[in-house]
Design a protein around this ligand. Structure first.
Ligand SMILES: [Zn+2]
Ligand SMILES: [Zn+2]
Length: 449
């Protein structure tokens, strides 16, 4: 976590683009307080597109000359000022003062040559960050989660209730339980945790064409199981697939049986009212993976609703999936995306490596379907990477740095109590509710609503 997040807070940290907003800046921890009897110098620097003209020399510091410096005195230790935030972008707010001497620790004087950096900190100043958003994104709330997870209902290591608690503990706002061949394994977990407003459990299944079927398709939502049709009524699948053959053309170069089977599977998920995600196409290349041609056909011909661009597979396999995504977009197919872990245990950190950030107005799946999501890869020891539309990736990085670390701290507390609650300890319910209320407060401060 950026240490400054523990020391200073700008409220709100997300504002409307091309509008004036009031920002309040507070010192939280007290080592560098804002005193009412001194004047602070404050500048707003946009992190992408300048809001002031470049100087005549077009020098490296060319924008600085035209940038306004606000002179502000705090009220009750809070700096308040209004600024016009041009465009959709991140802003660095720099706060410094030359008048700190009157509040300096007297012990500093004999150490002046030695503690220079510490003593001059107020003069050098500190930064806080805010983000201005266009209306369509401003009205949406970021939620981070995972739409491909296994539990003990199939080959996962822990129960759905425990898995849900672990996901909350890891800072996730939603999780879909998608066990192999079994629909709605999350039923009890949903009932148990139904009182949570900010944590959503989605029903689902990973659909295969029968046991050990070659197809893998994640089905979210929906009214009934598609796996059950394969397992209980294989004759129906055969009959309906034969009907489809009369009606559609098989794209050239594709295996007829596989293509028709995939058409049937997608239509069955849609008949159930569900959302279909084409998962891990490059999982286990050369053994189980979906061929590039077939994946292209699935996405281009609308045989899935979204693509798991980052999935629970090896880094080079995910790299291939990103390349496939880029190829499709270059050809004009802007498929909605998710990042999922395909987690089979929540006790080995595998469930932390990948996630989806959805920018939600009402419903998580609608947001993804409308293209308001990024896929995030956060492998241990590596820098976090986000994939998707440029403006969403840019905003995701701002959130990963400035919002999610604070959000995740509270989720960890809430999720820890949820673990006890999952085991049947009802006495912690009030603690969960109270912690979630703290999260509501953080959201209200951060997003200004
Ligand atoms: Zn799978
Ligand atoms: Zn899976």
């Amino acid at each position: 976590m950026d240490p400054l997040l523990k020391k200073f807070r700008a409220t709100p940290a997300v504002v409307k683009a091309d509008a004036e907003s009031e920002i309040t800046i507070e010192s939280l921890e007290g080592s560098y307080r804002f005193y009412d009897d001194i004047t602070y110098e404050i500048t707003f620097t946009p992190q992408d597109e300048s809001d002031v003209p470049l100087d005549e020399e077009m020098s490296l510091v060319g924008y600085e000359k035209a940038r306004k410096t606000y002179l502000v005195k705090p009220e009750n230790g809070r700096l308040k000022l209004r600024h016009f935030f041009a465009g959709e972008q991140e802003w660095r707010i720099h706060i410094s003062t030359r008048e700190y001497k009157k509040h300096e620790n007297p012990l500093f004087e004999p150490y002046r040559p030695y503690w220079k950096a510490l003593i001059e900190l107020p003069k050098k100043g500190i930064d806080v960050h805010v983000y201005s958003l266009n209306d369509d994104l401003y009205k949406r709330k970021p939620m981070r989660g995972d739409l491909h997870v296994h539990t003990t209902v199939s080959d996962g290591g822990e129960t759905p209730e425990f898995v849900c608690a672990a996901y909350r503990r890891s800072g996730r706002d939603f999780v879909a339980i998608t066990d192999h061949n079994v629909f709605y394994a999350s039923k009890e977990a949903e009932a148990r945790f139904g009182f949570l407003k900010n944590f959503r459990i989605l029903k689902g299944e990973e659909v295969h064409n029968g046991y050990v079927g070659f197809f893998h398709m994640v089905h979210i939502g929906g009214e009934h199981s598609v796996n059950d049709i394969y397992l209980n009524d294989p004759e129906r699948v055969k009959k309906e697939t034969a009907e489809i053959e009369k009606e559609i053309e098989i794209p050239q170069g594709l295996d007829k049986n596989e293509y028709l089977g995939r058409v049937w599977m997608y239509r069955a998920i849609k008949k159930s009212g569900g959302y279909a995600i084409h998962v891990h196409p490059y999982w286990n290349i050369g053994f189980y993976h979906t061929s590039t041609k077939m994946s292209m056909a699935i996405i281009k011909n609308g045989l899935c609703d979204a693509f798991e661009v980052i999935g629970g597979v090896e880094p080079h396999e995910n790299n291939m999936q990103v390349a496939l995504y880029n190829e499709l977009r270059a050809e004009g197919f802007d498929i909605p995306i998710v990042g999922s872990t395909d987690s089979h245990s929540v006790l080995n950190d595998g469930h932390l490596k990948r996630s989806t950030v959805a920018f939600v107005e009402d419903d998580i799946i609608t947001a993804i379907d409308e293209g308001y999501s990024t896929a995030v890869e956060s492998l241990a020891g590596e820098n976090v990477r986000a994939y998707g539309r440029l403006r969403l990736v840019t905003y995701t990085h701002f959130l990963l740095k400035n919002y999610f670390p604070l959000h995740d701290e509270l989720c960890e507390i809430s999720g820890r109590y949820m673990e006890d609650y999952a085991h049947g300890d009802d006495s912690v319910k009030e603690l969960i509710i109270q912690t979630e209320q703290r999260l509501d407060m953080l959201n209200k401060n951060f997003f200004g609503k």
